[in-house]
Design a protein around this ligand. Sequence first.
Ligand code: ZN
Length: 469
Amino acid sequence: MSRRGRARDRATRWAVAAMAAAALLGRGAGCGGPGAREAPPAIVLVTLDTFRADHLGCGGSADVRTPHLDRLARRSLHWFDAVTGIPLTTPSHATILTGRSPRSHGLLKNRMRLPEGVTSVAEILKASGYRTGAVVSSRIVLGPEFGLDRGFDEYEVVEPDRYPGSGEGARTTEAAVDWLAERGGTGSFLWVHYFDPHLPYLPPDPFDRLHDGDYDGPYHRTAEPVQQIFHDAEADVDLRDIRHQAALYAAEVSFVDRCVGGLVRAREQARGVPESAREDVLLVTADHGEGLFEHNRYLGHDLLLYETSLRVPLLLAGATGRRPGLVKEGARTRDVAPTLLGLTGIDVPPEMEGRDLLRDSPPAGEDALFVAESHPSREKASSLYAIRTEEHKLVWYPRQRRKEGYDLVRDPGERNDLYGTEPFWDVLFGDLGLDLKRRPVGRPRTVDEETGGADAATREALRSLGYVD
Ligand SMILES: [Zn+2]
């Protein structure tokens, strides 16, 4: 079915379902349309900030240790080719929660506010009788002032010990487990956000020596913005220093894997059943990946649109009605909200652009085209756009008047720029132009721009996270 057809179909179903939803989820009502259940499932959504898909053991990594997520993956549907449309925390989480692409929900930069009238999955679930809670690990990019708290009965922000993105994970798990003990179970929705793999890389002991344990250079567990030092072609940087950052990142990934393992274990013990229990749903994904020097000595995620930044894990465990295993079809993070709603039996509102991964067929033809974009807050950086098919990707650098083209199947590392070798690339660029014309970028404003500038503490935190020049 085409995107427009799906939207029309949904609009009809939604009009009926909106009236029936409260009754459907009223304790034990047991009526309703397709997907209706005896009891509303307990849902946990876990978002892993800055987590590359290829850093999962079950995602193909031979070096990085993620035993807890690998174990969970064995009991999950695992979408191997899942991508985000924007490698920035606030907008990407807005997409995960609203099922809409960035130019649809309006958040294009970090620290922008979700407009009134854009509805999140939490608001829909709450309106349908769900108990809702969130535990997030970053005030600087997910604080309540950005509007992603809407629809949550409780919205807890776990504060860092010293630097954002360093060691919060254990306390995040504790807060999440406490919430589940008090409010979890049938008819509950909890969103848990982990921030540790984000820069600066400060993995706690003993994870910091998990890889490259003999390193004795100056860049071990430093909160200095190393990405700027390493990006400077003139800088006197040893290759070992660069490799060590990748080792620290992998250690952060392993640390957050253990945190998620603690959450899963506590949930299983509390419920007395494994994650595959009929009424439980656990979805794990990420807001974006991380560049680790593969392209132009680039470390971080907010500037470039290579697969290292766009591909994310996507695991769905529990009452899916399908056998666990790898799923070949591509998925997008905007599919998360429609999929969760589908699992509750609530129909998906028409403004959500994502598809229910368990019920809607994969997009085909022009619907399969997927646009990604980045709008960095740094003064020296400009917006970039990419358009992706299942097999190819074109990246457009407007300010540099440059384009790149990659065959994602033959060249997953995006080393061999094929732009201009076939007329096909110009057709793809035309499709990107149409998409931008259909929904222009406008002038995105952060809450700081609206209030006359960020305060000193916020600027310092943003610098530590690598977001300002
Ligand atoms: Zn992020």
